[in-house]
Design a protein around this ligand. Structure first.
Ligand code: ADP
Ligand code: AMP
Length: 214
């Protein structure tokens, strides 16, 4: 099964993708995580990504398509994958169609998470993750069971994303409206889109997604 999780930054794509990975044996392909790894590596592409991500803008389509094209050829994607943060523009969506066609693969569902702007800003500015295993948390909405200790790995170090500040969030939301939102109608022509109320709590969003993918 190949799924796309679509929606503005902070709507819950990563949170739900991790749950789908566990429940369905799918692999989460987060282009944001891949770019953050490139930034950490200090590679030339990582240096370019750092500037673009700090400005809340989008990386060039050709680079992103190349990254995804290589990634979906890896053996762990053979059982299916969840695209989280890709495609983000119409050219990325059309390039993905070509890539999948060439491999005789087809898209299962495009799940669109609908969340209002006030909640997005709240979610993003309160987001943090475990430095060791990457498990995601929120200051208010998703706290570790034991204060300061990661539920998944017991780690005690946490980190916040450099671009999770209110100013960059505004640019990222602008990029979503200007460049990403238009791909929803692109997929709607194919009858594979499911819109989910992402304002529900995390568990209820998971239940709604399960209802769509079976
Ligand atoms: P995205 O991957 O779409 O940018 P995340 O999954 O990282 O978003 O979620 C952003 C933040 O909001 C995280 O801190 C997460 O814990 C929290 N969050 C995710 N889904 C919900 C929800 N349904 N209700 C409240 N908070 C949520
Ligand atoms: P995310 O982790 O999905 O919020 O992405 C963080 C940042 O990485 C975005 O604000 C963009 O700068 C960049 N990025 C991630 N995925 C893409 C993509 N598919 N196309 C262009 N830029 C991307």
């Amino acid at each position: 099964m190949i799924l796309i999780l679509l929606g503005p930054p902070g709507c819950g794509k990563g949170t739900q993708a991790k749950r789908l990975e566990d429940a369905h044996g799918l692999v989460q392909l987060s282009t944001g995580d891949m770019l953050r790894a490139a930034v950490a590596s200090g590679s030339e592409m990582g240096q370019q990504a750092k500037k673009i991500m700090e400005a809340g803008e989008l990386m060039p389509d050709e680079i992103m398509v190349e990254i995804i094209s290589e990634r979906i050829d890896q053996p762990d994607c053979a059982n299916g994958f969840i695209l989280d943060g890709f495609p983000r523009t119409t050219p990325q969506a059309t390039a993905l169609d070509k890539l999948l066609d060439a491999k005789s693969l087809s898209l299962g569902k495009v799940i669109v998470l609908k969340v209002n702007e006030k909640a997005l800003v709240e979610r993003i500015t309160g987001r943090y993750s475990c430095s060791n295993c990457g498990a995601g948390y929120h200051d208010t909405f998703q706290q570790p069971k034991q204060d300061g200790v990661c539920n998944s790995c017991g780690g005690t170090e946490f980190t916040r994303r450099a671009d999770d500040n209110e100013e960059t969030v505004r640019s990222r939301l602008g990029a979503y409206h200007a460049q990403t939102a238009e791909i929803v109608p692109y997929y709607e022509q194919r009858d594979i889109v499911a819109e989910i109320d992402g304002m529900q709590d995390i568990d209820n969003v998971t239940v709604a997604i399960q209802g769509v993918i079976g």
